[in-house]
Design a protein around this ligand. Structure first.
Ligand code: FAD
Ligand code: SF4
Length: 478
């Protein structure tokens, strides 16, 4: 059945333009594609053995009821599958697209463990919720009753948005403050559109706006409004500001023109995809087209940079990483995708400086080997003396990871405790900080993490804030 539809799908896709109305052809194409996708989803979902030890579920940070919604999908009960899926996940279609499933649900599927290839859980989760949007099953946010309390959320990334959704559904007045001109945090300006289409994020933001969430955009807390002013205006505050301080290199010529930060490079590319004017992109400063690009780093951000550079038409793209393939932090799936697209990985290499006159011309590369394991058991990279060489480059992108900004200092807040890593110290369960009525979630607490954890935090903190608001009159009276 699925094979027949595939043939029909390919035939229609290849059809040369005819006199038939283009809209009619497009409609046929979409209909056949939908039928084909439905068959594929049902076929995949039907592969779940309903093993009874759902490691997939326990390895999903949201503990999604995966086996049940797979069974419903296999039986064609898509609307029920959607309802079950969205009961534990605020943005299932986003997680379905960008969770590193090989490290979470799919990596722990018993069929995968037995060597028969995982059920494609993420793709099915995406399919279920995309279908729900198309079919109009996604309900608008309509609180049963309005409440008088107001909550401020600083940061419109997935953690802040998940909290906003849950609080608004409970009738709370919610204002989300963000320094960007669009909401979404890294969903909007970090993660590239080829992994997560921007319209998928924007329709969620429209849903929140239409449901009564107020967005105060272009509002940099600490500059445009003080943290204390926000505290004074609202009954509770949730800090969900993410981590944005890029780790840097302390080597010769590290500030030469042509050496850029991953976040700037990716933000420019994402802004372009919205049709924005981006002078740094148009001038070529943040555009890889026609350039020899070297990306430094081995995490998921580095993978996004190399794959974006390929799409921008770079002449060549190389990724330098100081350990080997088996020891890199990024997803192996992403590496395979990047290799297929033409990226060259140069394992066991690290920059020791840059060749630069007016702008960067090359990276001085040290070759490395893996030495003895360190305290964590991970083998440390060591420089091989005398094996340096120069890698020519017109654009170097530093993707070395992110650290938290020093919020108490930037915001002039006393009494907001941070950890020794600079992340905000918050209770693991309630997400309460050291300041009464102030909560913190997402990357600013965990350090650079994942969207699915941010969503979990956002859902959990909403519960805690509701408890706090319920107790607040009693606290005030004490
Ligand atoms: C390039 C890149 C690719 C990634 N790819 C993936 C992936 O494929 N899958 C995955 O699961 N995770 C991925 N991640 C990680 C994921 O994006 C983060 O873990 C997640 O977005 C964290 O959510 P958050 O809400 O805590 O913070 P963020 O998404 O960072 O949002 C924080 C928001 O706070 C705002 N803000 C910060 N300071 C202020 C201030 N002073 N005033 C007002 N607003 C402020 C910011 O503008 C931002 O909008 C990626 C990260 C990066 C950098
Ligand atoms: S949220 Fe992520 S980990 Fe959980 S089922 Fe979906 S794709 Fe898997």
């Amino acid at each position: 059945m699925a094979k027949d539809r595939m043939l029909k799908f390919v035939t229609v896709a290849k059809q040369m333009p005819t006199k038939r109305d283009a809209a009619e052809r497009k409609h046929d194409f979409h209909e056949i594609y939908r039928e084909f996708a439905a068959d594929k989803a049902a076929e995949q979902a039907g592969r779940c053995s309903q093993c009874g030890v759902p490691y997939c579920q326990s390895h999903c940070p949201l503990h999604n009821n995966i086996p049940d919604w797979l069974r419903m999908t296999a039986e064609g009960r898509l609307q029920e599958a959607y309802q079950l899926s969205q009961s534990t996940n605020t943005f299932p279609e986003i997680c379905g697209r960008i969770c590193p499933q090989d490290r979470l649900c799919e990596g722990n599927c018993v069929i995968e463990q037995s060597g028969h290839g995982t059920v494609t859980i993420g793709a099915i989760e995406k399919y279920i919720t995309d279908t729900a949007w198309q079919e109009g099953w996604v309900e608008p946010i309509r609180p049963a009753q309005e409440r008088g309390e107001s909550v401020a959320i600083i940061g419109a990334g997935p953690a802040g948005l998940a909290a906003a959704d849950a609080l608004r559904r409970a009738g709370v007045q919610v204002t989300v403050y963000d320094r960007h001109d669009r909401a979404g945090g890294l969903l909007t300006y970090g993660i590239p559109g080829f992994k997560l289409e921007k319209e998928v994020v924007m329709r969620r933001i429209r849903q929140l706006e239409e449901g009564g969430v107020q967005f105060e955009l272009n509002c940099n807390v600490g500059q445009d409004i003080s943290f204390d002013a926000i505290r004074g205006k609202h009954d509770a505050v949730i800090i969900a500001t993410g981590v944005y301080k890029s780790r840097d290199l302390n080597v010769p010529n590290a500030t030469a023109p042509g050496i850029v930060r991953a976040i700037d490079y990716l933000t420019a590319s994402n802004r372009k995809s919205f049709g924005d004017e981006v002078p740094e992109f148009d001038s070529g400063e943040l555009n890889a087209e026609g350039k020899r690009v070297v990306v430094i780093g081995g995490g998921d951000t580095a993978m996004d940079c190399v794959r974006t550079a390929i799409r921008q038409g770079a002449k060549s793209v190389k990724c330098l990483y100081r350990r080997d393939r088996a020891n890199m932090p990024g997803s192996q799936r992403e590496v395979e995708n990047a290799e297929e697209e033409g990226v060259e990985f140069v394992w066991l290499t690290a920059p020791r400086g840059f060749v630069a006159e007016e702008r960067v011309e090359g990276v001085m590369v040290s070759q490395m080997r893996l030495g003895a394991p360190d305290a964590t058991g991970r083998r440390s990279p060591e420089v091989i003396e005398g094996a340096d060489y120069v890698e020519p480059a017109d654009l170097v992108i530093k993707a070395l990871g992110f650290e938290p900004e020093d919020l108490p200092r930037l915001w002039g807040v006393e009494g907001l405790d941070v950890t020794r890593w600079g992340t905000i110290r918050a209770d693991f369960r309630t997400h309460a900080t050291s300041l009464p009525g102030v909560f913190a979630v997402g990357d600013i607490v965990r350090g650079a993490s994942l969207v699915v954890w941010a969503i979990r935090d956002g859902r959990e903190v909403a519960e805690s804030v509701l408890d706090y608001l319920a107790d607040a009159p009693a606290i005030a009276a004490e």
